[in-house]
Design a binder for this molecule. Structure first.
Ligand code: NOJ
Length: 755
């Protein structure tokens, strides 16, 4: 500690933080001129309520506050003209003319909406993920946005939690790669360029571990699990250069994240070297009052001292910090430090050079919803789909077949974009009915709805907060079902599009029953009873429990919520123009009783039998096996792949050395395809209990029919490391097992020893 202080003193005023970023002279000069009120003003983030308000309040008197220098940034305002009005107020009418940050939730595309993040992660294609983020940045910046509340990198292992839709699933390794790709996509190599925006990593931290999957709930987690399983994606996003971080609503070790000094200063800044700024989530500062940490002044003091720089919507900083300064509860230096970080972000995004650099009125027309972007959205969507089952090769469908297209999501434009797409335009989304007709114009397609998404009006009302996503038909469920069976009977093949409406997952959309609603289950059963081949196209924002449907003799294509090109992409895959290659990034449980469920579990001291049978006094259930319905990394293709010849380049390595695994993968089926080759590692003996196995590498490769390829996956020295009881990142000598294959149950294995 003493040494560190000395070092910082030595570096003097020219540097701060472990990352030692140089102070920016323009910012320092500006700080000299600022009153304390103006500094506090920069810490205030408001929304005039134009977008989606995710809390109970929206900001008032925004214009007057901007003029008074009481606003550092806005969100919920978009379009060059509108943003210009706000920016001109700040630049021309506030005393110091400091431009505003303009934030937005660009979670999966801006106007060109691509698949929900959980879907995107299922592509396991990091270059596509980066491109998707880059496209989102291009569109959002064309509309005046310079700061994005994304990526959301919360590890989630409880599919009851609706916000699983917004992240990359359960795995810290994959989650880290995706975090990095997204930050790079948004921020590019030059943050002051007019088509890049600041990333904001959220929700720091552990939000995905809300107890019982209930949104905004308490989190209770030990440090070993935190460091090894939940923190890596945030850390990876910081290492990739993310300029801002958003705190989470939950508490971490008893202190709400927004006021948690250990989290925001000791870990984020001092240990990880983060030198950007930290913003609260929507009123999460004020919510510390309800958490039980004191009144607004007390929690605002706590948050500032903890390392929070900007207060989203709650105005706790704006209304209490001056008083706290006068009373000696915070120092001017505390306020200046926070203000400096906000100003530095503005500086690096180029706003001081030209506050209007994101406000070219010609750009929206030129850069938004272009043909190129829609093509990318279609490609991304097709690559996000996961083929869960393909009984008797029902898929792909030949275009000369008579198709019965049935289901409440088959022609439901309002459910294609998915949760958190406030900037998307529902009317542009392509439905499955339209997509099939676009891709196979000469095919015979008969459509009928067949069932409501849910027959329960009370449930529908709760889901329909942003508009009618669950529309309950005027016909009776029996009439709809009969019509569906009649249509099905005249067809060669049935495509049934079923699952969750968009707002059945996402924020504040937790469910304790994550099965397909009963109305649709009935429909599925009736369709299967016709004896016709049935392909289920399953939409959802989370893993669902589908044990009964999985037993049926059907094909199941999981499509998440695919975005604006939904129908076209689904048709591409159903007709075999693209062979599905997605893999699950979250385990699918058999029932909610298995939750939390994830692949990198500990073996425990009493492992259950490998074949899933029950054994007394072992860790297992009386009623279901431990194994999930579908493991992490799982996904089929229209073709088949075989793995052989797994070899390591060494049997023994020393500390600091890497190792490479080579395997032969052969396309043994009848279609060209793509496969995600996955490598898992088990650290056989170590000082803290190792997970059963952990993902440590993957490659997505194309393979032509009949083709074989040798694939090499290299493990770097860090891939062998973990956080020990002292929270040191170490690797320990001993035996390691390497597994390579098509999912997290990969069987081919080799061993090596770390000396
Ligand atoms: C609340 C959400 O938790 C967060 O993800 C989002 O960025 C903010 N609202 C702003 O809309």
């Amino acid at each position: 500690m003493y040494c560190k202080k000395l070092l910082i003193a030595f570096m003097g005023l020219a540097f701060f933080g472990a990352n030692a970023q140089k102070r920016i002279p323009q910012v320092e000069q500006l700080l000299e001129k600022m009153t304390i009120e103006e500094k506090i003003g920069q810490l205030n983030l408001l929304t005039p309520g134009g977008g989606v308000a995710t809390g109970a309040v929206v900001s008032e008197n925004v214009e007057a506050k901007i003029k008074a220098g009481e606003v550092g940034g806005l969100f919920g305002v978009a379009g060059p003209e509108k943003v210009r009005v706000a920016q001109e107020l700040a630049v021309n009418q506030s005393r110091l003319g400091i431009p505003l940050l303009i934030g937005s939730d660009v979670i999966h595309g801006y106007r060109t909406v691509y698949p929900i993040p959980l879907g995107l992660s299922s592509s396991w294609d990091m270059e596509l993920v980066r491109k998707a983020a880059q496209m989102a940045a291009k569109e959002a910046t064309a509309d005046g946005i310079n700061w994005n509340f994304s990526p959301m990198v919360d590890i989630a292992r409880d599919p009851r939690w609706g916000r699983m839709a917004e992240g990359a699933g359960e795995d810290p390794y994959l989650g880290s790669k995706i975090a990095e790709a997204m930050v790079k996509g948004y921020q590019g190599s030059d943050l002051s360029a007019a088509n890049t925006m600041l990333a904001c990593v959220k929700h720091f931290a552990l939000y995905g571990a809300s107890q019982a999957g209930r949104d905004y709930n308490t989190v209770d987690m030990g440090k070993i699990k935190m460091f090894n399983q939940y923190l890596p994606p945030y850390h990876a996003a910081i290492d990739a250069g993310a300029v801002s971080v958003m705190t989470s609503f939950n508490d971490v070790d008893g202190v709400p994240a927004t006021g948690n000094k250990w989290l925001l200063t000791d870990l984020l800044r001092d240990r990880w070297g983060f030198d950007g700024f930290v913003v609260s989530d929507y009123t999460s500062l004020n919510e510390m009052v309800a958490h039980g940490l004191g009144d607004l002044q007390a929690v605002s003091t706590l948050a500032l001292k903890a390392g929070l720089d900007m207060d989203m919507v709650g105005e706790g900083f704006l209304t209490t910090l001056k008083q706290s300064l006068d009373e000696g509860k915070v120092t001017e230096e505390d306020i200046t430090n926070a203000c400096r970080r906000v100003l530095e972000a503005k500086y690096i995004s180029g706003l001081f050079d030209d506050p209007y650099r994101y406000l070219d009125t010609k750009r929206p027309e030129r850069d938004i919803l272009t043909q190129e972007h829609r093509e990318l959205a279609r490609k991304l969507a097709a690559r996000s789909f996961v083929l869960l089952k393909n009984e008797k090769g029902i898929l792909p469908i030949r275009t000369n077949k008579k198709i019965a297209l049935i289901g409440p999501l088959a022609h439901s434009r309002e459910n294609m974009l998915g949760t958190w797409a406030p900037t998307g335009d529902l009317s542009l989304a392509v439905t499955i009915l339209e997509g099939l007709k676009n891709v196979a114009p000469n095919s015979s397609i008969k459509y009928t709805k067949g069932a409501n998404i849910s027959d329960d009006p009370g449930f529908a009302k709760r889901v329909n907060v942003f508009g009618p996503r669950i529309a309950i038909d005027e016909r009776t469920p029996e009439d709809m079902l009969q019509e569906a069976v009649d249509v099905a009977n005249t067809s060669d093949v049935i495509v049934a599009v079923v699952g969750e409406a968009t707002e059945m997952s996402g924020e504040s959309s937790s469910r304790t029953d994550i099965s397909i609603p009963e109305s649709q289950k009935k429909l599925i059963r009736a369709l299967v009873e016709t004896g016709k081949p049935v392909a289920l196209v399953l939409m959802s924002g989370r893993p669902l429990t589908i044990p009964e449907e999985f037993e049926l003799p059907v094909a199941i294509l999981q499509v998440w919520h695919p975005g604006v090109e939904a129908g076209n992409a689904i048709a591409d895959v159903l007709f075999g123009n693209y062979n599905p290659s997605g893999k699950l990034t979250a385990t699918w449980p058999r029932n909610v009783g298995q939750i939390p469920i994830y692949h990198s579990v500990k073996t425990t001291g009493r492992p259950g039998p490998k074949d899933g049978t029950f054994e007394k006094f072992k860790t297992n259930y009386l009623d279901v096996p431990n194994a999930p319905l579908l493991p992490f990394g799982y996904g089929l293709s229209y073709t088949t792949f075989e793995y052989s010849n797994l070899k390591l380049n060494k049997n023994e390595i020393r500390q600091g050395e890497g190792i490479a695994a080579k395997v032969t993968v052969t396309n043994t089926g009848n279609y060209d395809g793509e496969e995600v080759v996955q490598l898992y590692l088990r650290d056989v003996v170590r000082s803290i209990t190792p997970p059963r196995r952990e993902l440590k590498g993957f490659h997505k490769i194309p393979l032509k029919k009949g083709e074989s390829k040798e694939v090499t996956i290299t493990l770097a020295p860090n891939d062998l490391k973990f956080y020990n009881s002292q929270l040191e990142f170490v690797s320990e000598a001993g035996k390691f097992e390497v597994f390579v294959g098509t999912n997290s149950d990969a069987q081919l294995s080799e061993t090596f020893t770390l000396k």
